[in-house]
Ligand binder design. Structure first.
Ligand code: G5P
Ligand code: MG
Length: 216
């Protein structure tokens, strides 16, 4: 468990492993994983007002408008209260980064640098349990029973925005919008970048970094 409250942002291209690594961090260090993509997908499943507004943007690989996402994410952070968290998928542009900075003191920004060709292969093999956000990958993180979630036994699905043409759009949007966000955090001295092709190769380095950071 973290010895002090640790508030981190994780940044990486679509399919870079933000969700996978955040789950590992939270399992090993007892923090809360806040994924804006998971929150939005859960709202789409439940057909809430938020889900109805977000659905089309996500299907097309566009960003959901800031006004909606920022409000929802800050509300979730309020619910998490005085606990450590990893913010996955937010901020997505400078306006969101500024809105977050106005509210929260972020301790670290972790960026994942994974080659795009590796990402495209991964996304093709990704299956999710949409209600919980649990993620699987054929050949890397297989479900115990093919096509079924390990915990609930419910069927797995593929994401609407994992179609190849939408993934290409998401990758392009990522480079355009997130390089300025990373630079913005660089200037604040918060960024640690992890480069590699596989999560298992990145994870030991991430653990060293987190341990240093937390015990500093
Ligand atoms: P999301 O949900 O935030 P993305 O595009 O940022 O979506 P995504 O696709 O969820 O990111 P990830 O979390 O980085 O990817 O990656 P992951 O799921 O952990 O890993 C990808 C796959 O690779 C998985 O199947 C995993 O098992 C596998 N994998 C991991 N490591 C390895 C490995 O070492 N080897 C192999 N073989 N496989 C591995 O956002 C979705 C949409 O929501 C909206 C936008 O429309 C966005 O496009 N949205 C927002 N809009 C506005 N503002 C915001 N802040 C928004 N946040 C979300
Ligand atoms: Mg994710």
């Amino acid at each position: 468990m973290y010895t002090k409250i640790f508030r981190a942002v994780i940044i990486g291209a679509p399919g870079s492993g933000k969700g996978t690594i955040s789950t590992l961090i939270c399992k090993n260090h007892g923090c809360v994983h806040i994924s804006t993509g998971d929150i939005l997908r859960q709202n789409i499943m439940k057909n809430t007002d938020l889900g109805k507004k977000a659905k089309q943007y996500i299907a097309e690989g566009q960003l959901v408008p800031d006004s909606i996402v920022t409000k929802t994410t800050l509300a979730r952070i309020t619910e998490v209260g005085n606990r450590s968290y990893i913010l996955d998928g937010f901020p997505r542009n400078i306006a969101q980064a500024e809105a977050l900075a106005a509210r929260e003191q972020i301790d670290a920004v972790i960026t994942l640098d994974i080659p795009h060709d590796v990402i495209i292969d991964r996304v093709r093999n990704r299956w999710i349990h949409a209600p919980s956000g649990r993620v699987y990958n054929i050949g890397f993180q297989d479900p115990k029973v093919p096509g079924r979630d390990d915990v609930t036994g419910e069927p797995l699905t593929q994401r609407e925005d994992d179609k190849p043409e939408v993934v290409a759009k998401r990758l392009q949007l990522y480079d355009e919008l997130m390089n300025p966000v990373i630079d913005w955090y660089e200037k604040k001295g918060l960024v640690a970048t992890f480069k590699g092709k596989q999560t298992k190769e990145i994870w030991p380095r991430m653990e060293l970094y987190l341990n240093d950071r937390i015990n500093a």
